[in-house]
Design a protein around this ligand. Structure first.
Ligand SMILES: Cc1cc2nc3c(=O)[nH]c(=O)nc-3n(C[C@H](O)[C@H](O)[C@H](O)COP(=O)(O)OP(=O)(O)OC[C@H]3O[C@@H](n4cnc5c(N)ncnc54)[C@H](O)[C@@H]3O)c2cc1C
Ligand code: FES
Length: 266
């Protein structure tokens, strides 16, 4: 595996596309070091110059697409930092540190790939799905949202050969239910061999725990990508530390954000 060291750059914001009321895609021109990110890695993003003092800290975002020297993030308005970031009009320059974190570790032998996203968890999994489909692997991506209004564009993945199933809690798009309900129905009766099947999930912690419960008896390799509040993103401040199932501590930004599901949940 090629490991790219994180670098601090001024990324050029090329475009800001609104996909839903509170959901935007930010497209940047970056350098090769950042564009060489692996799926599951993230960047810390923040304003530069005078604006950088308020809010003071950069915010972490998963890489959603990377192609050549272009990189996109899918950003939802959550609080003050994201609201201010999304008010910046392109063209503009923003501070970016990355790529950070470990990324997904898909075994070379895995041919059947099942990815489960809850809400914004779709960002790193879309990137992973696209890369794996490009390698000719069979990829099923289940995307769970409350309603169709929260969905990012998914057609580009379908065009690249990814099987996309949408689960909406209000039934406004795809199958009614949560991502885990729909996954359970899709997996029922399917005999996926342990040595060539890989699953990954990203989304709310309760969803990841349900994914672990649903799959732990099957012998598949399952990874989950976690989130926590982050200050430095590089392992220095310990602010993102959480306790794993075995009692040991891990920094989400450094040892993660991707962990084996069995490391996180009993
Ligand atoms: C590895 C990683 C990848 C991420 N990828 C994405 C992504 O692709 N797209 C995206 O939109 N967001 C992503 N996030 C979350 C994003 O970083 C936060 O939404 C953002 O930092 C919020 O900043 P803010 O100033 O707007 O909100 P704040 O004002 O800082 O917080 C607003 C509210 O959101 C809560 N909150 C903020 N950050 C988090 C968090 N990380 N986990 C749980 N609760 C939180 C706060 O407790 C508070 O209640 C990711 C986070 C991590 C750690
Ligand atoms: S954010 Fe500082 S150690 Fe993880």
């Amino acid at each position: 595996m090629v490991v790219t060291s994180p670098v601090h750059i001024e990324a050029e914001l090329l475009a800001r596309r609104r996909h839903a009321d509170h959901l935007f895609e930010l497209e940047f021109r970056v350098n090769r070091a950042v564009a060489g990110a692996r799926p599951g890695q993230f960047v810390m993003l923040g304003p530069i110059g005078e604006l950088a003092l308020d809010p003071f800290l950069c915010r972490p975002f998963s890489i959603y697409r990377a192609d050549g020297e272009k990189l996109s993030l899918l950003v939802a308005v959550v609080g003050r930092g994201t609201r201010l970031l999304l008010e910046i009009e392109p063209p503009a320059r923003l501070g970016m540190l990355g790529p950070l974190g470990n990324g997904f570790r898909v075994p070379a032998a895995a041919r059947e790939i099942v990815l489960v996203a809850g809400g914004l968890g779709v960002a790193p999994l879309a990137f992973l799905a696209e890369r794996l489909a490009r390698q000719g692997r069979s990829v099923l991506l289940v995307v769970g949202v409350r309603s169709a209004a929260g969905l990012p564009p998914l057609r580009w993945l379908v065009e690249r050969g990814v099987q996309v199933e949408v689960a909406s809690e209000d039934g406004s798009r795809g199958r009614r239910g949560t991502a885990i309900d729909v996954l359970g129905r899709l997996l029922a009766g399917r005999q996926l061999p342990a040595d060539s099947t890989y699953l990954a999930g990203c989304g709310p912690r309760a969803m990841l725990q349900a994914l672990h419960r649903l799959t732990k008896q099957r012998g598949w390799q399952v990874e989950v990508s976690l989130e926590n509040r982050m200050a430095c993103g590089t392992g220095a401040c310990l602010g993102c530390t959480l306790q794993l199932a075995g009692g040991e501590n891990a920094r989400v930004c450094r040892e993660g954000p991707v962990f084996a599901a069995g490391e996180v949940f009993l």
